[in-house]
Design a protein around this ligand. Structure first.
Ligand SMILES: Cc1cc2nc3c(=O)[nH]c(=O)nc-3n(C[C@H](O)[C@H](O)[C@H](O)COP(=O)(O)OP(=O)(O)OC[C@H]3O[C@@H](n4cnc5c(N)ncnc54)[C@H](O)[C@@H]3O)c2cc1C
Length: 481
């Protein structure tokens, strides 16, 4: 339904308008289309978003050979054949195939297959239920939404305010995941997931990596032993991990990056990666036209609706609940269902485990860090559980004592922690660190989400000899504590 305004800007009415076609926007549109609501999707770069081209997929494509080689090197009979360097060019070529050479034709076909209309260009709110799209040729179209606008514009790398930063042309996660070759020397600033994964990848792909962490360890949001084990392995792989080190200034001298640290050290490198946090992509989406603050994270309720606006949803990274693709897609399924339900004039179901409330965001967010060793967690750490006022007990197990782990590789190092709520004896959180543990975390997610009493977990028997037998050791440790 198109009408022409006196300014000759075309206005088209839809049931739903989605701004941003990352994994989250795609999934919101898929749900609303499946229910028969007309849906427009606006995308300013590539359909598929950060995850497909500069985040999850390319980073994991870089890391998979690194982890496979590390696993192989732990196996007598195999290790001698894998002592050589990785074929960096082949690894980068495989990474490029996962990003489809930074072309989105495949994802556009998928999106169009849902029946959604794709608008290429920058979308901005221009008032309630209205989105103005500025196309690549500068032409504007106006889209109005009968039922909902879903803001799914994601996040971008946050750079610190440092003297000399523009001059050094620093890497962000985008360059770190798309670089065409390995820099000789790479300084990584930060100690979170992006920093540790990229340090692990590029050190193995031929760079000499120096990690500068302001705090006293890596992976500060996980149990402390996760960062310790990953730092130990990075150091053994040849990286220089410096904790308690802040960056004071950066510059480029004769082509090299020069980093001055807070303690007065001078470090030279070919490139510098800042993995120092994320900012919401909301600075230029017209939030001011509806009374919201540009550049802010968008506060939402559990149906992903923005506080104070009954037609506006903010889904995925942009709401700052959990900056992870799987969690954003979970929110997209819930937001999609909520939009469809409200469009039909029905109330959303809000019971605790209902289909229209993103309760997992509060209690059971799983995350895997694909370093060597992998670190995986779900739910609360011991410190978080205590801060939240739960009466808990944490039990730890050395993973090398598990038969499946010792078969996995000689000298297997790893650790597991289960945090049990002593009131109702349910699992509040689990952290696993060790080679191959990423695939184990879903069992813990089921236990935490399902609030399964530890007494019932005794009857969930893990196969012998798998690393999953860590569950028996954790339960015994809890019983005997
Ligand atoms: C290096 C790295 C590795 C990661 N690895 C993982 C991982 O292994 N697993 C995991 O779960 N998560 C991972 N993440 C996090 C994951 O990438 C994000 O959580 C996910 O991409 C969020 O999806 P989204 O759709 O909310 O946003 P995005 O993927 O950022 O997509 C937002 C889209 O909106 C578009 N857009 C923005 N503004 C506008 C506008 N005004 N108009 C039109 N379009 C607009 C953008 O172009 C983009 O396509 C990683 C992140 C990084 C940085």
């Amino acid at each position: 339904m198109t009408e022409t305004q006196s300014t000759h800007t075309e206005t088209t009415a839809y049931d739903v308008v989605v701004i941003g076609a990352g994994p989250v926007g795609e999934n919101v549109a898929d749900r609303t289309r499946a229910a028969g609501l007309s849906t427009a999707v606006v995308e300013s770069e590539l359909v598929g978003g950060e995850c497909s081209y500069w985040a999850c997929m390319p980073s994991k494509a870089l890391l998979r050979p690194v982890l496979a080689r590390a696993d192989a090197r732990r196996l007598p009979g195999l290790s001698a054949s894998v002592q050589g360097p990785l074929d960096t060019a082949a690894v980068l070529a495989r990474r490029d195939s996962f990003t489809s050479g930074w072309k989105d034709d495949g994802q556009v076909r998928w999106l169009e297959g849902t029946g959604a209309d794709l608008y290429r260009g920058r979308g901005r709110l221009s008032g309630p239920r209205t989105v103005t799209v500025t196309g690549p040729d500068g032409r504007e179209s106006v889209l109005t939404a009968r039922h909902a606008v879903a803001v799914c514009t994601g996040s971008r790398a946050l750079l610190p305010d440092l003297p000399g930063l523009d001059e050094v042309r620093p890497w962000t996660s985008r360059e770190a995941t798309s670089a065409p070759s390995a820099p000789g020397r790479l300084v990584v600033v930060g100690g979170g997931v992006v920093a540790t994964e990229m340090a692990c990848a590029w050190q193995a792909l031929g760079s000499q990596v120096t990690v500068l962490v302001r705090g006293d360890g890596l992976l500060g949001r996980m149990e402390p032993f996760a960062g310790e084990l990953v730092a130990e392995a990075l150091t053994e792989a040849g990286a220089d991990v410096r904790t308690g080190t802040s960056v004071k200034a950066v510059s480029r001298e004769n082509g090299a990056v020069v980093v001055l640290t807070g303690s007065g050290d001078r470090i030279e490198a070919d490139e510098i990666l800042f993995a120092t946090g994320r900012a919401p992509r909301t600075d230029d989406i017209g939030l001011e036209t509806i009374g919201l603050e540009p550049g802010s994270w968008l506060d939402v309720d559990d149906s992903l609706r923005v506080t104070g606006h009954d037609w506006l949803y903010a889904v995925g990274d942009v709401n700052h609940r959990a900056l992870l693709t799987h969690q954003g897609k979970y929110q997209a399924r819930i937001a999609g269902a909520a939009i469809v339900t409200r469009a039909a004039g029905e109330p959303v179901r809000t019971e605790k485990w209902g289909a229209h409330t993103a309760t997992a965001d509060h209690a059971a967010v799983p995350q895997v860090v694909f370093t060597d060793p992998e670190a995986a967690s779900v739910g609360l750490t011991l410190a978080e559980a205590e801060q939240a006022g739960h009466r808990v007990r944490a039990v730890d197990v050395d993973l090398s004592s598990v038969a499946g782990a010792s078969l996995y590789g000689d000298g297997y190092r790893g650790r597991a922690r289960m945090v049990v709520d002593l009131e109702d004896e349910i699992v509040r959180g689990v952290t696993l660190v060790g080679p191959g543990v990423g695939e184990l975390i879903h069992a813990a997610t089921v236990a935490v989400t399902g609030r399964v009493p530890v007494g019932r977990l005794w009857h969930a028997v893990p196969s012998y000899p798998t690393i999953s037998e860590v569950w028996l050791r954790l339960l015994e440790a809890y019983r005997d504590a």
